[in-house]
Design a protein around this ligand. Structure first.
Ligand code: GDP
Ligand code: IMO
Ligand code: MG
Length: 428
């Protein structure tokens, strides 16, 4: 048994795609288990840039199979678009499959997401407007359309009729927007089902067999723990469980099967979308980090908010995920900044000093972060490949994180390229 889970520990965009791509070279399976095309995972291969939204980042060099498992919400049009993009660059995609159980993002989910966000005018979550939340709502309400339904004309028609009755009433009466035509959607999604039929399979049995046979199975998380529906900054979260725990329900594998739990964090923090961010920088330094780190959303193009590394939230994320291997990315972006600050505690509204994350999201806006200052470095580290060669202060920064969290950093990323990694121990 050799399983690996890569998850984000912050607010997304930690560089999970790059790490998954690197690990996928030795993986027999790479599996997405939650979220949908709200994700944006960037992988650089030489001068070529790939941004994967729905396909596992393993698609580029995994010698085995790539699965989009049952827990993912699938926009099949995005799937086809991405497959075409990858194929147009000369890469194969016949190793990519979707679970029959995965729920389908329908046009009404996207509209519902969009209208709701528009309606809130300033208090919106700042979603990607990809229909993620509304699709998961229908799944939980047991009215969702699954990939397997696209292959059955009667069931698809029946489910569409029931759904559109309700959705069209909300669109016309509540949002005062146009209604949707059932025939158009029915024909389109029936055709999509036929186009994808050879890729729609049962993924859980094969995955469990692979795990039993000791194959390398890599689960790729999208989003991150601070966007987790339960443990993130609710309601400013996504609608799934991007934690390691999410793998079990999202791919149909038992908790006992999960071994290497890899948590990815940037050397600082970013957030795209709304919600509290105690260590956010609103000054020139924040702008500098955004510029040097190219901090613009891979899915929506929005500028990412930037700030110092928050060890209190990172500890919370490591605890919920049970992380046993840490990855720190974008250390190169901090070059030239001194002093560096990291959050070690918060001061609450009533003056209490705490080092744990709160469930009261609204209070977090009023918490004052307490920082530890560390000296920076000026040397270019983008070409460093061994930990020993890092500047002393960069090592001290990494050690400070390790000591605070009590977890070893096994990989430090010093640039967007596949090769720009300092690997301290090979996981497999
Ligand atoms: P993901 O959603 O977690 O896969 O992350 P994104 O791809 O959305 O955002 C991470 C961005 O940082 C991408 O543009 C990566 O190419 C880039 N990146 C990843 N690791 C590093 C690194 O160590 N240094 C620098 N400078 N960029 C990196
Ligand atoms: P990756 O996988 C960063 C954010 C949105 C919004 C909130 C809810 O690239 O790390 P949603 O559309 O999911 O209902 O939006 O979650 N969000 C992300 N932020 N990276 C992502 O994915 C994200 N996926 C969703 O900006 O704040
Ligand atoms: Mg991203």
């Amino acid at each position: 048994m050799s399983t690996f889970v890569v998850v984000g520990l912050q607010y997304g965009d930690e560089g999970k795609g790059k790490i998954t791509d690197v690990l996928s070279a030795k993986s027999d399976y790479v599996v997405r288990y939650q979220g949908g095309d709200n994700a944006g995972h960037t992988v650089y291969v030489g001068d070529e840039k790939f941004v994967l939204h729905l396909l596992p980042s393993g698609v580029l060099q995994c010698p085995g199979k790539c699965f989009i498992a049952n827990g993912v919400v699938v926009n099949p049009k995005s799937f086809i678009k991405e497959i075409n993009q990858i194929e147009s660059k000369g890469l194969k995609t016949d190793h990519v499959f979707i679970s029959r159980r995965a729920h389908v993002i329908m046009p009404y989910h996207i509209l519902m997401d969009t209208y709701r966000e528009e309606e809130k005018g300033g208090t919106e979550i700042g979603t990607t407007k990809k229909g993620i939340g509304p699709c998961y709502e229908d799944k939980i309400a047991r009215v969702g359309i699954r990939m397997i339904d696209l292959l059955n004309p009667e069931i698809l028609r029946e489910k569409l009729e029931k759904n559109l009755k309700v959705k069209n009433a909300i669109f016309s009466k509540y949002f005062e927007k146009p209604t949707l035509d059932i025939d158009e959607i029915y024909e389109e999604f029936l055709a999509i089902g036929q186009q994808l039929k050879d890729r729609i399979v049962d993924t859980e049995v094969e995955l469990n067999e692979a795990i039993q046979q000791g194959k390398n199975v890599l689960f790729e998380g999208a989003q991150a723990l601070m966007l987790d529906i339960d443990f993130g900054t609710y309601p400013f979260v996504t609608s799934s469980s991007p934690s390691t725990g999410g793998v079990c329900a999202g791919a149909g594998v038992p908790p006992t099967a999960l071994q290497n739990l890899i948590g990815v964090s940037k050397a600082y923090t970013t957030r795209v979308g709304n919600g509290p961010f105690p260590s956010e920088l609103h000054d020139e330094l924040g702008e500098h980090i955004r510029k040097v780190g190219h901090e613009f959303g891979a899915t929506t193009g929005r500028p990412r908010r930037t700030g110092w590394l928050d060890l209190v939230s990172l500890k919370h994320a490591c605890m919920i995920n049970g992380i046993n291997n840490l990855v720190i990315t974008k250390l190169d972006v901090l070059t030239g900044i001194t002093p560096l600050k990291v959050v070690t505690h918060y001061k609450t509204e009533d003056g209490k000093i705490i080092d744990y994350f709160t469930s009261s999201t609204h209070k977090l806006y009023h918490y004052e972060p307490i920082y530890e200052e560390l000296e920076g470095w000026t040397e270019d580290i983008t070409k460093v490949r061994s930990y020993e060669e890092l500047p002393e202060n960069a090592k001290k920064y990494i050690q400070f994180i390790e000591n605070y969290l009590g977890i070893n950093v096994y990989l430090v990323s010093v640039g967007p390229e596949r090769s720009q990694n300092i690997i301290r121990k090979e996981l497999f």
